[in-house]
Write a protein that binds this ligand. Structure first.
Ligand code: TYD
Length: 214
């Protein structure tokens, strides 16, 4: 576990990415510790290329295990190139998604199994876990409605267009992760307004960072 490594998780349409940008701007201007905001799958050239392969809607024939391996590969490159150097330099790393996404989407959504996906990812992560994970909780219907409203046809990816049953399984997996990891994962009600969610997330981060220093 690395206390300076903080991840953000949630189903599609939870508003995570919008909130994170604002949270990052606030923290960046107020903390002495340098902060970086990065995302999975992506954050560097190779991972962005892998991301394009995974999320391309033309890749309909992709096998679930291939998908899980590609996410793990993108994760490995992201760790080596972006996360670990920043942590080693004493920075605070905020990552939009990490291993829990694979457990929820590939383990739950694609039904590969939570444990199988966790185990397979150990090769990629060498056991690195975040000190804190903030989970943006939103009912599946609300998330899907937001995607339909706010994303153009070009922005909708291969996972967004999955069935409602798939998104239900992703949501159920996240609930299980929250239940199983009470010391690491804090859940935030993401049905609230962007302003309210930002305030809540900043409070959680503030508490966590003050606790960590002591
Ligand atoms: P993205 O457009 O970044 O979604 P969001 O803005 O909601 O985070 O696309 C990332 C997609 O990849 C998203 O649907 C979740 C999925 N994903 C997995 O299925 N497994 C993973 O391990 C990760 C990191 C993401």
């Amino acid at each position: 576990m690395n206390k300076n490594f903080i991840t953000f998780e949630g189903s599609d349409g939870a508003g995570k990415t919008t909130v994170l940008k604002r949270v990052f701007e606030t923290l960046n201007g107020s903390l002495e510790t340098p902060v970086i905001l990065t995302r999975e799958p992506g954050g560097n050239r190779i991972s962005e290329m892998i991301r394009n392969v995974i999320l391309d809607r033309n890749n309909e024939e992709m096998d679930p295990k291939t998908e899980a391996l590609l996410y793990a590969a993108a994760r490995r490159q992201h760790l080596v190139e972006t996360v670990l150097p920043a942590l080693n330099a004493g920075k605070l790393v905020l990552s939009d998604r990490y291993l829990d996404s694979s457990i929820a989407y590939q383990g739950g959504g694609r039904q590969i199994g939570y444990q199988a996906v966790y185990d397979m990812n150990q090769f990629a992560t060498a056991g690195l876990m975040p000190g804190l994970t903030i989970y943006f909780d939103v009912p599946v219907e609300v998330g899907l409605e937001r995607i339909a409203k706010h994303r153009s046809v070009d922005e909708v990816d291969r996972l967004d267009v999955e069935t409602k049953a798939f998104h239900n399984r992703v949501h159920a997996a996240y609930q299980q992760l929250v239940h199983d990891n009470p010391d690491r994962i804090v859940s935030v009600d993401a049905t609230k307004s962007i302003d309210e969610v930002c305030t809540k997330v900043l409070t959680i981060l503030d508490d966590y960072l003050n606790r960590s220093v002591k």
